[in-house]
Design a protein around this ligand. Structure first.
Ligand SMILES: Cc1cc2nc3c(=O)[nH]c(=O)nc-3n(C[C@H](O)[C@H](O)[C@H](O)COP(=O)(O)OP(=O)(O)OC[C@H]3O[C@@H](n4cnc5c(N)ncnc54)[C@H](O)[C@@H]3O)c2cc1C
Length: 315
């Protein structure tokens, strides 16, 4: 700005233009965002109690769906089925079952999908899944090769609602960012109606990803996956596997908080709160929370976003 010229446009804008001292706060008159919550299937009785306490706490927020992850191996898969089926049976929540195609024949995957349909589950999060640690992915000779093939197969089994995964920072084994975007488009063209993103911390990267999706003709919702972070060491392990960048500011923020779990929870709240508020200010009105089966941070962030317990809430 040229401060010596009182008529300079820059000075006039500075003197008379709007001031943004912070992110805008939304009032009660604005509609709350649509939320979904992700859980993992419990391995022990104690973890089972923790999951159900988490579900009971979050259910009054009336998420549009809750999803349950699916791991490699028979017992993990049985736990996913048991958890999803119990949510369908015992709550008013709409459950979504994660389902992967890695290491299974199309027949095996279709059978699992049919069991979900018979248990009243109408929504599948369709994923390729990962190979065992240390090995490179190879499609099962008699299986669905990639998630797009799985989506098409599921649609042949039953008219499921289908969500798929998206990667604002590009999937780690993608040949190129463009190829990964083409893959997302294939999954949506095959019948998925929504993508949920891998968790991320660089909000600008997500917003640029939305622009790239639109430019590629993708108009389905790309719901940001929000991970409240309390444990930096654990986060770094997970991020290394899934290709999410851990920014240096996040490391710096948690530096010195290792022995103070209460402070780490407060930091987690601040980081996730800033992220969702920035997204909300950019027009994002749907969020998927990786709850890690702990409700409090998700509940507080949902409150901050304007979500309040439904009058007739409860499981
Ligand atoms: C929201 C969300 C939930 C998840 N839940 C689970 C879960 O419950 N259980 C679990 O095990 N994992 C889960 N994952 C992880 C997921 O399984 C891995 O990220 C996996 O590596 C890729 O799965 P995908 O469905 O994105 O695969 P795909 O969409 O099939 O893509 C995988 C890779 O292959 C490439 N590709 C696709 N098609 C082709 C082709 N024709 N030729 C060459 N390359 C191709 C893609 O660009 C990409 O790099 C989840 C991920 C997200 C984001």
């Amino acid at each position: 700005m040229n401060a010596t010229d009182p008529d300079s446009p820059a000075l006039q804008r500075w003197l008379t233009g709007p001031r943004f001292a912070g992110l805008p706060m939304r009032g009660a008159e604005q509609p709350p965002p649509a939320l979904s919550f992700e859980f993992f299937p419990p391995k022990t009785d104690a973890l089972d109690l923790q999951l159900w306490a988490c579900i009971e706490r979050l259910a009054p927020l009336a998420p549009r769906f809750v999803s349950v992850t699916y791991g490699a191996g028979g017992t993990t898969q049985a736990r996913t089925h048991a958890t999803v089926a119990r949510i369908a049976r015992e709550t008013r929540l709409a459950p979504a079952a994660h389902l992967t195609c890695v290491g299974a024949t199309t027949g095996e995957v279709d059978d699992v999908a049919r069991q979900y349909w018979d248990a009243g589950v109408r929504h599948i999060v369709a994923l390729r899944g990962d190979p065992p640690p240390g090995s490179v992915y190879a499609p099962h000779p008699g299986g669905y090769a990639f998630a797009a093939d799985l989506v098409a197969g599921l649609k042949r089994v039953a008219p499921f609602e289908i969500s798929v995964a998206a990667y604002p920072e590009t999937h780690p084994s993608a040949l190129s960012a463009e190829g990964d975007l083409d893959n997302l488009k294939r999954k949506l063209d095959a019948g998925a109606t929504r993508a949920i993103t891998q968790f991320f911390f660089d909000t600008a990267t997500y917003l640029r990803f939305l622009d790239r999706c639109l430019a590629a003709g993708i108009t389905a919702p790309i719901v940001p996956g929000i991970m409240p972070v309390t444990n930096l060491a654990g986060l770094k392990r997970m991020s290394a596997m899934c290709g999410t960048a851990v920014p240096s500011w996040l490391e710096h923020l948690f530096d010195g908080a290792e022995a103070d779990p209460e402070m780490r929870r407060m930091l987690a709240l601040v980081v996730a709160a800033e992220q969702v508020r920035l997204l909300q200010a950019n027009g994002v009105d749907e969020f998927h929370f990786y709850t890690l089966n702990r409700p409090d941070l998700t509940y507080a962030i949902a409150h901050l976003l304007g979500v309040r317990p439904a009058a007739a809430g409860g499981v």
